[in-house]
Design a protein around this ligand. Structure first.
Ligand code: ACO
Length: 384
């Protein structure tokens, strides 16, 4: 039987740092509120398109695996903030890498897009459809953030990371996983203004309104990740005390602490990045995985647990067995172009471009193809 070992890893974080103090210059918020409610101190703001970050992270992951771009059979691009819908973004990464032999597909399950991509690519490697795959988690949230809404704008950041999967006869890679979705709660997180429903409605792209029921998402996230973890562990017959490291989605430190408690994993086995990067949606788990490796927290043969949740509300958990190698084979010279502006300058430029009209005037209340009742309130009702 074939397995899909993770043999390469790389990240790309834009250099501009947006601190809690920066946010407090234009929001009624404080460093103390953000730190105590979320665990976040700062996040990154990108000066380049998402594909640029994804391409740098991917080049680094390939060098780490010692694999040539032409040897790739598949590129999976996990994101909910693609630069364009058509053509897809995975094809853009294929061009940048020169990975001419690779199939290329995008996956969007919001924050779980990297982990769902890991499942899709892993299944293809294990079944023999492909031998070598690249799985990317990337997010460029800043251009469509509702910056003047303090309920959401303090929570997110930009970033990218990627891993290489290779067919292996050793029992490595994802050993057990569970994917799920609380679709009855899909209205708890909706970005109005993104998607075809808003075409020809007078909506300027990026001019969004976020529907966000933080407390309901919080409850569902904890329950969903705990249940998914139980099922993923049962599927591969691994006990909680065999987990060496947990690398969870990082939307809120309190959510992570609750999931760790339910799962029975002590916090000293949990790798955290939430303080420095906030929630980078699909990029969060792979960036944390790369940094755990860089910090020496992944030991040869380690068993790693990766629970996640995202808009939808999608949930999942993955149990991964690491191989012997925890250091890169090679390093890529790929870099982002230099950045001249501060994060706050970039955010203020985005805020200045947002149209100062009411939501209904902006066409954000009545998308053309909206399902009945789609935008009527939030919560956990049965509305689609
Ligand atoms: N600064 C200051 N005050 C704020 C801020 C802010 N940035 N945001 C909200 N508040 C206020 C609220 O208005 C409220 O004031 P009120 O009591 O006068 O009404 C008060 O703080 C408390 O608000 P709560 O919503 O009760 O705060 P809570 O402790 O629930 O924390 C939070 C809110 C951080 C959003 C939390 O619910 C959470 O983390 N939820 C999950 C978020 C999440 O998962 N996001 C990702 C979604 S999925 C994905 O990853 C894509």
């Amino acid at each position: 039987m074939a397995y899909a070992a993770i043999t390469g890893w790389g990240k790309c974080l834009p250099p501009a740092v947006l601190t809690n103090a920066d946010l407090a210059t234009f929001l009624d918020t404080s460093d103390d509120w953000i730190r105590t409610r979320t665990g976040m101190r700062e996040r990154r703001i990108s000066h380049v398109p998402a594909i640029d970050m994804a391409a740098v992270a991917s080049a680094r992951a390939l060098a780490c695996a010692g694999l040539g771009a032409q040897e790739l059979d598949l590129i999976v691009y996990g994101s909910c903030s693609s630069d364009e819908q058509v053509p897809n973004s995975a094809s853009g990464v294929q061009v940048r890498l020169g990975a001419h032999n690779a199939g290329a597909m995008d996956i969007n399950t919001a924050c779980t897009s990297f982990l769902y991509g890991l499942s899709a690519a892993g299944a293809m490697v294990r079944s023999g459809v492909v031998r070598n795959a690249l799985v990317i988690g990337v997010e460029l949230i800043s251009p469509y953030m509702d910056w003047d809404n303090r309920n959401v704008s303090v929570l997110f950041g930009d970033g990218a990371a990627a891993v290489v999967l290779q067919s292996s006869e050793s029992e490595l890679g994802v050993l057990g996983e569970h994917l799920g979705c609380f679709a009855d709660a899909r209205q708890t997180l909706r970005v109005r203004g993104m998607g075809c429903s808003y075409a020809n409605q007078g909506v300027q792209y990026g001019d969004t309104l976020w529907d966000f029921d933080g407390q309901e998402i919080f409850r569902r996230a904890v329950k969903g990740m705990a249940q998914a973890t139980e099922k993923a562990l049962a599927r591969c017959g691994i006990a909680t005390d065999q987990i060496d490291l947990m690398v969870p989605h990082q939307a809120n430190l309190r959510i992570i602490e609750s999931v760790a408690k339910y799962a029975g994993v002590p916090m000293d086995k949990v790798f955290l990045t939430v303080e420095r990067y906030g929630n980078m949606s699909a990029a969060t788990v792979p960036v944390a995985l790369v940094e755990a490796l860089e910090a020496g927290r992944v030991k040869p043969g380690a068993t790693i647990l990766m629970p996640g949740f995202g808009g939808g509300l999608t949930v999942c958990s993955h149990v991964v067995r690491w191989g012997d190698r925890v250091t890169p084979i090679g390093h890529s010279a790929a870099e982002l172009p230099p950045n001249e502006r501060t994060a706050l300058e970039m955010v203020n430029a985005i805020r200045a471009q947002r149209v100062n009209r009411s939501a209904s005037e902006r066409g954000l209340m009545a998308p053309r193809f909206a399902e009945a009742g789609l935008l009527q309130g939030l919560g956990t009702g049965s509305g689609a």
